[in-house]
Design a protein around this ligand. Structure first.
Ligand code: MN
Length: 321
């Protein structure tokens, strides 16, 4: 279950329902099953993109869905020290806690509804591991990590962090209160999320109670995706079925709709869905592991810079920990 729940949906600001006379709802162009892959020290994630069937919707490069998983003691694994250059990682932890440290001496814990926005920019080294408590004792873990590309002129921007605590999320209700939405970044329905993005995006986590329908205006110049974290329902006006681990890719238009099936499983009583889209950057992209640049030469340079310690080094105090 997602950590951030409104105390009373009825008092939340309402997202205006798009006017059907003047709005063109986006059709669903495809539904993709997220393949599973192994990351870091050996944890399983679902990766709706990039994969064989879907490269990603510009400006997004990658989405990893980690859990929900119930770790036994000693079972939790993370991603030890590794570099990034050329984009931003957005980590949203719904359940459990992830500890991170970086080559600039920063670090902290992302937990229970928090989002960490890391602009890798010119380069940074970091690690991302479940907290010692979860490793030792086990526990529930559920998180997603989104990679947002940076345009050529911002790939060399200095690294920076933003911590979006659960209290900063903009909580909104659908027109009839059957669904609510946590706005992490961007503008939706005239409301503004707390995350500050170099590349304009909209990113939200919606919860739809059984039978509820969520309709919302969506910028015409943005890409549009819906990824199902749990539960089942439909996407678009033609009610294309979607379920946990599936990604719906929307076509053009200026509004979106998703709906929750009336029947849900006992363990996942609602439809939990990520809604995301952004302004396409439209530049050539060369993707090599943790580096995303515009040309092959820039990748060769990134590897050389990493080896030469130019993206930073592992802080001495953390070695062996
Ligand atoms: Mn990373």
């Amino acid at each position: 279950m997602p950590a951030v729940m409104p105390r009373d949906v009825l008092v939340l600001p309402r997202i205006p329902r798009p006017d059907r006379a003047t709005t063109r709802f986006r059709a669903v162009e495809g539904v993709i099953d997220a393949p599973t892959t192994i990351e870091g020290e050996g944890f399983q994630v679902r990766r709706p993109f990039p994969n064989r069937d879907f490269r990603g919707a510009d400006p997004f490069l990658l989405l990893d869905h980690w859990g929900a998983v119930e770790y036994a003691p000693g079972e939790a694994r993370g991603a030890p020290w590794h570099p990034h250059r050329g984009f931003e990682t957005v980590t949203y932890v719904m359940d459990g806690a992830l500890r991170h440290r970086d080559s600039l001496g920063g670090g902290g814990v992302i937990s229970d509804g928090s989002t960490q926005w890391m602009t890798a920019g010119a380069g940074i080294l970091h690690d991302e591991l479940p907290t010692e408590e979860i490793v030792m004792k086990g526990g529930t873990f559920h998180a997603v990590q989104l990679w947002v590309n940076l345009p050529r002129k911002l790939k060399w921007t200095p690294p920076r962090y933003q911590d979006v605590s659960p209290g900063k999320l903009e909580l909104l209700a659908s027109h009839d209160g059957g669904a609510w939405l946590r706005l992490i970044a961007g503008d939706l329905g005239g409301f503004k999320g707390p995350g500050v993005t170099w590349t304009p995006i909209a990113y939200a986590h919606a919860t739809l109670t059984p039978g509820a329908r969520l309709e919302l205006g969506w910028r015409q110049d943005f890409s549009a995706l819906a990824y199902v974290l749990s539960g089942r329902g439909t996407a678009g006006e033609s009610d294309r079925p979607i379920r946990e681990g599936q990604l719906a890719v929307f076509g053009s238009g200026d509004a979106l709709s998703v709906a929750a099936s009336a029947q849900q499983d006992i363990k996942t009583p609602n439809l939990e869905v990520l809604l995301l889209g952004g302004l396409p950057i439209g530049e050539p992209t060369v993707f090599y592991g943790p580096f995303v640049m515009n040309t092959h030469d820039e990748i060769v340079q990134a590897i050389a810079d990493y080896r030469a310690g130019k993206m930073g080094v592992i802080p001495a105090t953390t070695i062996g920990n």
